[in-house]
Write a protein that binds this ligand. Structure first.
Ligand SMILES: [Zn+2]
Length: 343
């Protein structure tokens, strides 16, 4: 049965890949494909053990994506340059490709920037402005670390708040057994019904009650620092966009002033750090609300979503579609092209 499934998957991927090739070769009107990445980590990196699979690609995969698209005639362009050209009704490349990274991970500097330099490919990194230059870990990574490496604390009363989101099957048999990365990933998804600030406050209270949780198992700074940002900016290849101040999902922010603070504040923070031009916003988790979009339109010239697809010309600059790549959908040329060709 497993083999049949694999064969069917290969056939489906071949059809989608053929669709992508057809689009690339036959399309007459200009289009823009935006490639999105989060973390770029080598296959042997210890950091992979406590990260969601949908968040990681290897440096080799990024290199392969760029090489393959260049061979197919793609013109790599900075998102800002493409948006300016569209606004000014200039001639746009027939097949333009822009590269984006979300969240501002340190590995973008360590493992992606060398690949960008090698191919001379521009990119936009969407930063969480109040987390730059800090040892901050986003809550999903804090929860993954807890479930995978510190599960023996799970029956502690300081973790009572987390219990409703754990796997029933696991907690009823052995409440402190370690989670696999996929089991932990499903806990993250269930936790998303809470707002980000509540989860962060709960985690903070847990750490106060259980100081041992704060000792890092892998010694690595998760996010980019100012020096790394400046080096990338100076290279002329990397520009920055705003991804809120704290990575709060906008649909969970009830107070209009919190919404404005996260959206407008992220732009002014980045400008205060000298990282301008900051023209593009990126919605955390892709969550858009009417009021949020209105504010984004007031402070930015464009916005990226998590909606998948190609951008035609003219396209709505506040609803830019992207393809998010990770190990599961981009580690081989076939799976990469299949993702681009999926209807
Ligand atoms: Zn994000």
């Amino acid at each position: 049965m497993q083999m049949v499934k694999q064969v069917l998957k290969k056939i489906r991927n071949s059809l989608f890949a053929a669709n992508a090739l057809g689009k690339i070769k036959l399309k007459r009107s200009p289009s823009l494909v935006i490639l999105t990445y989060h973390r770029i980590l080598p296959g042997q990196s210890a950091l992979r053990q406590t990260e969601q699979p949908g968040m990681i690609a290897t440096p080799e995969a990024l290199d392969m994506h760029i090489t393959l698209l260049k061979k197919l005639g793609a013109e790599f362009i900075s998102l800002n340059t493409w948006l300016d050209a569209q606004r000014q009704n200039q001639v746009l490349p027939r097949f333009a490709v822009a590269v984006t990274f979300d969240d501002g991970w340190q590995d973008n500097y360590e493992h992606a920037f060398p690949v960008l330099k090698k191919h001379h490919v521009p990119a936009t990194i969407f930063l969480v402005s109040r987390r730059i230059n800090t040892p901050w870990q986003f809550w999903p990574e804090q929860v993954l670390e807890l479930l995978i490496n510190r599960a023996h604390y799970l029956d502690h009363e300081a973790l009572q708040w987390l219990r409703p989101y754990l796997s029933d099957m696991l907690t009823s048999t052995n409440p402190t057994s370690s989670y696999t990365i996929l089991q932990a990933d499903s806990v993250i998804n269930r936790l998303k019904e809470l707002d980000d600030h509540t989860i962060e406050t709960n985690l903070e209270l847990t750490r106060t009650a259980l100081p041992a949780l704060s000792q890092a198992t892998v010694n690595a700074r998760p996010l980019l620092n100012k020096q790394e940002l400046e080096t990338m900016l100076k290279s002329g290849l990397v520009t920055f966009g705003a991804h809120t101040r704290h990575h709060y999902r906008l649909n969970h922010l009830a107070d209009p002033s919190d919404l404005e603070n996260e959206i407008a504040g992220s732009r002014s923070d980045l400008e205060a750090l000298g990282l301008q031009p900051v023209n593009v916003f990126c919605y955390p988790n892709g969550d858009i609300t009417g009021k949020g979009e209105q504010l984004v339109r007031g402070y930015f010239t464009a916005a990226c979503t998590t909606e998948q697809g190609w951008n035609k010309t003219p396209s709505n600059p506040f609803g830019l579609r992207r393809f998010n790549f990770h190990d599961g959908n981009g580690s081989t040329p076939l799976s990469f092209l299949a993702t681009l060709g999926r209807p």
